[in-house]
Design a protein around this ligand. Structure first.
Ligand SMILES: NC(=O)c1ccc[n+]([C@@H]2O[C@H](COP(=O)([O-])OP(=O)(O)OC[C@H]3O[C@@H](n4cnc5c(N)ncnc54)[C@H](OP(=O)(O)O)[C@@H]3O)[C@@H](O)[C@H]2O)c1
Length: 329
């Protein structure tokens, strides 16, 4: 059995090669060596410990996912050679092992992005037993066992990675309370967590508007890319170089529309502009709608016919006024 693991979670674009090797070698080289050492032996089982990160992937864990996927390939090779072998891919094991000492960020990530079921030590024993049974060459069972998906609702947990994989769609809970869904899918739920609109409404200068947009954009990027609060993200970082792909860019555009009130094209987000440039551009588009700032930084009289909330202009109304739809599509 191979249960070795080294983790050095980091975005692929920022990962030193030594960290890649450190993560991959115990699983890849360890499993190859074990396979070779067991050659000619009459085994009851040959079990490799993978992870749900293998079959579904996980941001910041590319070498870990790759190594677990390699182990699946090795197991398929053993099956083809008529040898016992299986890989068990648990989700989150509680009470024992790595996650039992994990920090709050990882626990939140597992909850909101990996979306896995909490497995007990007893569950792990049962998974191991299933691995023994499924690993027999004549078992007729799939030697790749995944355990740890749980039913999840996109309304409550919009960021779970495996929604994109059709093989997992039967775990999606479509039977959610429609009022709860509309509460989260609209700006309500997110605005409570990231109240960018309120901050914009309170901004006292053009510089402050740009700073609020940039800070909100960075927070959104961190969430979408699963970056910890400690990971450095600077205004001159380029989103695509941080790992933003077209799917994430679509979400980021929706964020600009809903939270900031300006449209930011997907191609612009994926282009070479830095975070600071994108935020600055959004702020520049927004300023005429927010009202004019006096040269000294204070607000001056706003145009007639502008609706106000709490003494400042209604951003939602501005969005429609600019021809940008609230839905972001
Ligand atoms: N914990 C979970 O929630 C979870 C979820 C999914 C999958 N898994 C899988 O379950 C397995 C065990 O995880 P865990 O939670 O028990 O991890 P852990 O507590 O971090 O233990 C990892 C073990 O791997 C050993 N190891 C690392 N590099 C090695 C190497 N090159 N050669 C030999 N041993 C090496 C470590 O030995 P030292 O202590 O001597 O360094 C340690 O005993 C891993 O394969 C992991 O991928 C765990």
């Amino acid at each position: 059995m191979n249960g070795a693991m080294i983790l050095a979670d980091q975005l692929f674009s920022k990962m030193p090669f030594r960290d890649w090797l450190a993560t991959v070698r115990p699983k890849v080289e360890g499993s190859i060596l074990l396979d070779e050492l067991c050659a000619g032996k009459d085994l009851d089982f040959f079990i490799l410990m993978g992870s749900i990160s293998g079959p579904i992937g996980n941001r910041s864990q590319s070498p870990y996912a790759a190594a677990n996927t390699f182990m699946s390939g090795l197991i398929q090779g053993r099956r083809k050679r008529g040898l016992p072998g299986s890989i068990i891919n648990p989700g989150q094991i509680v009470g024992v092992g790595y996650v039992s000492n994990a920090d709050a960020w990882l626990l939140k990530h597992l909850e909101s992005v990996v979306g896995c079921y909490h497995m007990s030590e007893q569950d792990l024993h049962e998974l191991f037993a299933e691995g023994i049974l499924a690993g027999r060459p004549d078992s007729g069972r799939n030697p790749e066992i995944i355990a740890g998906f749980r039913r999840a609702s996109p309304a409550d947990q919009p960021d779970i990675l495996w929604y994109r994989n059709p093989k997992t769609w039967h775990f999606i809970d479509h039977f959610v309370d429609s009022s709860a869904q509309s509460g989260d899918a609209s700006s309500g739920g997110k605005a409570a967590r990231v109240p960018v609109k309120e901050q914009l409404a309170a901004a006292a200068s053009a510089d402050e508007v740009a700073a609020v947009v940039e800070a909100g954009f960075v927070a959104k990027l961190r969430g979408k890319l699963q970056m910890s609060d400690e990971a450095a993200v600077a205004g001159d970082d380029v989103p695509a170089e941080l790992g933003v792909d077209s799917l994430i860019a679509v979400d980021l555009r929706a964020w600009f529309v809903k939270e900031v009130g300006v449209d930011m094209p997907v191609l612009k987000i994926l282009g070479g502009s830095s975070i600071g440039q994108l935020a600055g551009e959004a702020a520049a588009k927004l300023l005429p709608a927010l009202g004019q700032f006096a040269s000294g930084g204070g607000k001056v009289q706003e145009p007639n016919g502008v609706k106000h909330v709490n003494g400042v202009k209604n951003v939602n109304g501005v969005m429609n006024g600019n021809g940008v739809k609230n839905g972001g599509d």
